[in-house]
Design a protein around this ligand. Structure first.
Ligand SMILES: O=C(O)CCC(=O)C(=O)O
Length: 342
């Protein structure tokens, strides 16, 4: 028998009516709540999932099991050393130039970031062409997921910890499945010492109250956080690995405690196809770069309709994969219009 799902007013509303209070109410009445979220009536923190934490592997079953249980998984040997070196060189040179020209993004935690990487070197496309990562992403987001943003984060001596956060906070309510997922292609070793991403294992399945208790609440500009927040572990893995994590997982950049080491990673962040992308590809990628992208990447940017969304009334739609834009549009017509000869 199906459980009744009437929506009553929340028993207690928070005085400031904040988003999390509302989320919690929605979670409490969500008909899917038994699918993924855990309700703990005594208010205690959920247990850490049992079993060893994810280790780099190329076994698809292990990857999916780790992802579901812990909220992240680690793909071993996702890119080769030559590609890694090439990406590091490109990032270093790009970052120095952007800094010199006043274009570099400043973050409170003082890490070095480069955004919109598809415009900044064809080599970065390789971070998107990873069949094992695609398998996990498809499992989490469905097969038509979109690329939302691709950028890099490099910690260095003196860079601080970022506040713990979830990557889909803007959704505004709890979801029984991930709405977004992040992938981190590690260009250097991710160790605790150099600020490997700190993660709360299993928090992708926590009820909103618990997420709120630990969320250090970064805004769009980021924010600094505790060095070792409670319940976190460092997601350590060697250079060349790729981490995939659920958008509901609490995480943040770790502090780099080393005297002379850096930790660079390429973050390719994906969303379900009905969500708005973080970086707008129509505004941030020029026509020449767009034309040079392999069609599978262009499709991941949303260059095709999905279900009833993202379509366009133009002759010849949907476009064949080798075309960027329609060559004709339907505009103002008059009743005496005649069909053009074929
Ligand atoms: O650098 C990291 O390890 C995490 C970065 C991150 O979560 C963010 O920029 O929102």
């Amino acid at each position: 028998m199906t459980e009744a799902t009437t929506i009553d007013a929340p028993a207690e509303t928070s005085p400031d009516g904040d988003l999390f209070a509302m989320s919690e109410h929605i979670a409490g009445t969500n008909p899917y709540r038994h699918v993924r979220t855990e309700d703990l009536p005594d208010g205690s923190l959920p247990e850490m999932p049992a079993g060893p934490l994810p280790q780099p592997t190329r076994d698809p079953e292990r990857l999916l099991a780790d992802f579901d249980t812990f909220g992240w998984c680690l793909i071993a040997d996702a890119i080769d050393d030559a590609t890694r070196e090439h990406m590091l060189e490109r990032l270093d040179s790009q970052y120095r130039a952007e800094q010199k020209l006043g274009l570099a993004l400043e973050t409170p935690q003082r890490d070095a970031r480069v955004t919109n990487l598809l415009m900044k070197g064809a080599i970065f496309q390789r971070a998107l062409l990873n069949p094992l990562a695609d398998q996990v992403l498809e499992h989490a987001l469905g097969e038509d997921f979109l690329l939302s943003v691709i950028g890099s984060v490099r910690t260095g001596p003196g860079s601080l910890a970022q506040g713990l956060h979830i990557d889909q906070a803007y959704v505004g309510f709890p979801t029984p499945v991930a709405m977004v997922c992040n992938t981190v292609t590690m260009l250097e070793d991710f160790t605790e010492e150099v600020g490997a991403t700190r993660i709360v294992p299993g928090s992708h399945r926590w009820p909103p109250r618990k997420v709120k208790e630990l969320n250090e609440g970064i805004g769009l500009a980021g924010g600094t956080g505790l060095e070792n927040p409670p319940h976190t572990v460092a997601a350590e893995a060697p250079a060349g690995s790729c981490m995939v994590f659920d958008g509901r997982l609490l995480h943040g950049t770790g502090r780099n405690k080393s005297a002379d080491k850096t930790r660079a990673g390429i973050f390719a962040y994906y969303c379900r196809p009905f969500l708005r992308q973080f970086e707008n590809p129509h505004l941030s990628i020029d026509e020449a770069t767009l034309a040079s992208l392999p069609s599978p990447i262009r499709m991941r940017l949303g260059w095709r309709p999905w279900m009833l969304l993202g379509g366009s009334q133009a002759p010849g739609m949907p476009l064949p994969p080798d075309r960027l834009r329609p060559d004709r549009f339907v505009g103002e017509l008059h009743a005496d219009a005649e069909a053009e000869p074929a």
